[in-house]
Design a protein around this ligand. Structure first.
Ligand code: ADP
Ligand code: MG
Length: 258
């Protein structure tokens, strides 16, 4: 069975999508078969993996509304071992359209379970809110990976996220665990980044990855070329860091958590 990891944090701009794209692609690069599911109406994971978000026959919106089966919306990307369920702006209306639908929290879970044995990893990129889309992702997942941006307000909203995870554990998915916390956009030139890392470590009693993702302009440029960082600039600091993160995720359980 593939490991199903939701990448969640209701704050926008913390590096969820960048992590979804590049963790997926770096796992694929080392021979893991990866299905990435974009469940954010912005569709940036879709375009970042080189797929035209407005040209797919079926996407995650059709899937959630029961208009197709997951097999009908999985796309083989141009990247070896990398598959995708795409998203686009249509998904923004899904939450309202799902009102009154029975067991709507379980739609993604039921669909993902049909293909989970065909992949090593299923990575779900969540939208920047704790809405029904994120709840679907958390209900489908085995674990949640939380990116935290190294900035002053890093801790803001984290207790809300943890509360939501606990509610999902109680009511929808008792086996859900926190995979780990990864720091993103670390700027070695400032003391602030270092302080944030120390603060969060003191506050959060969660697994924290040793790998810290640096602020790296190549990571910001890569999506406009429709490429993950390991293909766009394989020798960049961004590529190196996401490769290390992929190794840590792959060898989960063997890591000594800090
Ligand atoms: N490590 C990084 N270095 C430089 N820019 C980054 C890095 N991580 C993310 N970004 C940029 O920051 C912005 C927000 O990142 P994104 O991954 O889209 O966040 P989220 O999905 O949480 O909203 C994007 O423009 C992205 O390219
Ligand atoms: Mg995003």
């Amino acid at each position: 069975m593939g490991r199903i990891i939701a990448i969640a944090n209701q704050k926008g701009g913390v590096g969820k999508t960048t992590t979804a794209i590049n963790l997926s692609a770096c796992l694929a690069e080392i021979g893991q078969k990866v299905l990435t599911i974009d469940i954010d109406p912005q569709g940036n994971t879709t375009s970042g993996l080189g797929v035209d978000k407005n040209a797919t026959e079926n996407n995650v919106y059709d899937l959630l509304l029961g208009e197709c089966e997951i097999k009908e919306c999985i796309i083989k990307t141009e990247i070896d071992n990398q598959y995708l369920v795409a998203s686009n702006v249509n998904l923004a209306g899904a939450e309202i359209e799902l009102i009154g639908i029975e067991e709507k929290e379980y739609i993604l879970r039921k669909q993902v379970s049909k293909v989970a044995d065909q992949y090593d990893f299923i990575i779900i990129d969540c939208p920047p809110s704790l809405n029904m889309l994120t709840v679907n992702a958390l209900t489908a997942a085995n674990t949640v990976l939380v990116p935290i941006q190294c900035e002053y307000y890093a801790l803001e909203g984290l207790s809300q996220l943890i509360h939501t995870i606990e509610l999902v554990q109680e009511r929808l998915n008792p086996d859900l665990e926190i995979e780990g916390v990864v720091f993103t956009m670390y700027d070695a030139r400032t003391n602030l980044s270092l302080q944030v890392v120390e603060n969060v470590k003191g506050y959060l009693h969660q697994n924290i990855y040793k790998t810290i993702i640096p602020r790296n302009v190549r990571l910001a440029e890569a999506p406009s070329h429709g490429l993950p960082i390991n293909l766009y600039d394989p020798r960049s600091a961004g590529a190196e860091s996401y490769r290390l993160l992929a190794q840590e995720v792959l060898h989960k359980g063997e890591t000594e958590w800090q």
